[in-house]
Design a protein around this ligand. Sequence first.
Ligand code: FES
Length: 81
Amino acid sequence: MQVTLIGMASGKIFLLEYSIHDLEKTLLNFLVEKEVTIASSCSGHGICKKCTIQKDWLTCEMTLKQFLERQADRTIYISYL
Ligand code: FES
């Protein structure tokens, strides 16, 4: 299983593999584990509002499972990447 990540600034596309064991991780932690450079200065406490994907979803406040339920095409868009 995989999610697609599109860097809107660079136009780069990444395919990120995940397993059932990743579903309860925060999306922020999942992306960090996949070595995606994602902005964060509050260590995932929902304060800095820098870890956004799509328009305004905070990756530190949703699990990978919640993301997959919300985004049917399984594509992550990061504006500054
Ligand atoms: S990491 Fe700061 S709000 Fe998500």
